[in-house]
Design a protein around this ligand. Structure first.
Ligand SMILES: Nc1ncnc2c1ncn2[C@@H]1O[C@H](COP(=O)(O)OP(=O)(O)O)[C@@H](O)[C@H]1O
Ligand SMILES: [Mg+2]
Length: 290
């Protein structure tokens, strides 16, 4: 079996682990630099190349597409779909997961619990925001990652200046109710229709954002069956087969916060001992062209 691992850099920890897991299982596993891929289409044919090599020789593609190439990545995945090449991430899944409001729309459509979310594209009166979503509230840029672009506004008098500044910077702004929590959320790692591992992420002492990249610590978490089902439902609603689903636990039940389409797994492997890259490869091989 030939497996193609699409990523920006073959030295990324996750990329190396997936390639190693593929080779360990006896598969010819190649790194393909996302930005080097060339797409072609005419009235009779579709193809995608890396140098002179066509993707048609690959049995399955495992995409790990970073933020800097989301737009190209969506076109690339769409192209592979048209060519009939199996992948572990769909174009729709990538496009949805990379937009926090589109994700909220899908999660709501699936009947999952989400924070109250407003999207604004132009100047809005601070009074209206405060009336709808009283502080503390969360402001997010639509396509941030690793906690960057997520802000908490606690004082009523700070709402106006911050929103005005973001509008001035031509950003769409997602205004979200703050779900009270002690600097903790839960990351569920979903592969197909299963949660393969989960951890509570505890924010570093100087933070309220619990991202591992910001110093958050992962601790093994055993989800209830219902929580596991919600994570799988969230991943499916976003159209992401290999997903990092973030949720905040509350008295009312879990709130779905985010679905990540290229989830890291270093922190999760440390917290859970699960062989994530091995499971990713096995899932990919299960989808491959026969
Ligand atoms: N509505 C919210 N209420 C409380 N905390 C939140 C909320 N949204 C995000 N957070 C915190 O901020 C972190 C980052 O937010 P998230 O939407 O997952 O963005 P990113 O893509 O940057 O990880 C979350 O892991 C959580 O700790
Ligand atoms: Mg997140």
């Amino acid at each position: 079996m030939r497996i193609g691992v699409l990523s920006r850099n073959m030295d990324y920890w996750t990329t190396k682990k997936i390639i190693k897991a593929g080779r360990f299982r006896g598969h010819e596993t190649d790194f393909i630099r996302t930005g080097d891929v060339q797409l072609m289409v005419d009235d009779v044919y579709f193809d995608a190349f890396q140098g002179s090599k066509s993707f048609r020789e690959v049995g399955v593609v495992i995409p790990r597409i970073g933020r800097s190439l989301t737009d190209f990545g969506v076109l690339l995945l769409n192209h592979l779909e048209l060519m009939g090449i199996p992948t572990t991430l769909s174009a729709r899944g990538l496009a949805t997961a990379r937009n926090k409001f589109a994700t909220m729309q899908r999660l709501r459509g699936a009947g999952l619990r989400i924070p109250e979310s407003f999207l604004v594209a132009s100047k809005i009166k601070a009074g209206d925001v405060i009336e709808r979503t009283p502080p503390p509230l969360i402001l997010k840029l639509l396509s941030g990652t690793q906690g960057v672009g997520v802000m908490k506004v606690e004082k009523v008098s700070d709402v106006g200046p911050i929103i005005d500044t973001l509008v001035e910077l031509k950003q769409l702004i997602l205004i979200q109710s703050y779900i009270p929590n002690p600097g903790e959320d839960v990351r569920m790692f979903v592969i197909g229709d299963e949660v393969v591992g989960a951890m509570v992420r505890k924010a570093s002492p100087l933070e309220w954002r619990s991202n591992i990249h910001l110093g958050g610590k992962g601790v093994l978490y055993a989800p209830t069956e219902a929580e596991g089902e919600m994570a799988v439902k969230a991943a499916r609603a976003a159209g992401v087969e290999i997903a990092g689903v973030d949720m905040i636990m509350s008295k009312e039940g879990p709130y779905m916060i985010e679905v990540n389409a290229s989830p890291g797994f270093k922190g999760l492997m440390k917290a859970t001992d699960v062989d994530v890259p091995g499971l990713i490869v096995e899932y990919a091989v299960g989808k491959a062209k026969k």
